[in-house]
Design a protein around this ligand. Sequence first.
Ligand code: C2E
Ligand code: MG
Ligand code: MG
Ligand code: MG
Length: 286
Amino acid sequence: AAKKEGRGRASAFDASMLQIIEQRELLRRSLRIALERDQFSIEYQPIAESDRLIGFEALLRWQHPLLGQIPPAVFIPMAETDGLMSEIGRWVLENACREALNWPSDYIVAVNLSPAEFLVSGLTDRISQVLDSVGLASDRLELEITESVLLERTVNNLDTLNTLSVLGIRIALDDFGTQYSSLSYLKNFPFDTLKIDKYFVSDLETNTKSQAIVRSVITLAHDLGMEVAAEGVETAEQADWLRGLGCDRLQGHAIGKPLPTQAIREFVAGSGFMLKTVTRRPIIPD
Ligand code: C2E
Ligand code: MG
Ligand code: MG
Ligand code: MG
């Protein structure tokens, strides 16, 4: 291949670029019709408090007819730039709230909100309408936002979060520690839960810096009256560490992977939802 320089190389490069661009274009066009063609679904990942399940996080899935499962990290940014995320997000919110009616009545449902969804006007009305029409108590809904949502720290953002809070809806700050992690967010916005990103959890057993950061963040959040959740808990050792450091909630493959609706329904309808003392195996097996 090295001796094939010049034109040959350039055209090979162009061809692969073109393929990528065409695939992105294909995805974009598909995304516009995905909702009406019923290609979206939601998986639910368990959220555990020390010895019991307290609910599930809704995670959007897109099954493309030709390309298969497309990760949210790929299609959500596309949906955002194409102005589709507001409608898709509404679909997620409605379906997730409706699904929560099938669970024990004290379980919460956590729903992610991307910046484009959060910044749309009338968000709070829309959310309370959905809760009303579905018949879900507002304190069973937790909305997860990331710091990027708050980058423009306008009065509006604060208003929106305060209104949601007054409605009784819980608010979680997702992926904490990976983006701007401005402490002013913690001072100014009414978060109920702080979710420590898996970046600090994945090497918790061996990395003393991760241990120090997680320990301090838990203390800080508790002093501010917030609950702390850890994401991406994959091993029993990580779960032990987090519980030892006083982390309130655990989420990750060690607790349970995201699962389709039917599996979750069967699980909550069936055996007890009490957890084993320390997670030696997933609470919800694959
Ligand atoms: P997130 O909200 O931080 O969700 C956690 C992500 O980590 C999920 O990826 C989940 O499948 C994955 N995960 C859970 N446990 C483990 C673990 O033990 N190890 C590892 N390595 N990963 C784990 P997923 O489903 O690919 O979603 C990625 C991101 O896409 C989410 O991050 C969220 O920001 C966004 N997203 C997903 N669904 C929605 C949605 O309905 N609306 C919006 N706006 N965003 C969504
Ligand atoms: Mg989340
Ligand atoms: Mg997260
Ligand atoms: Mg994340």
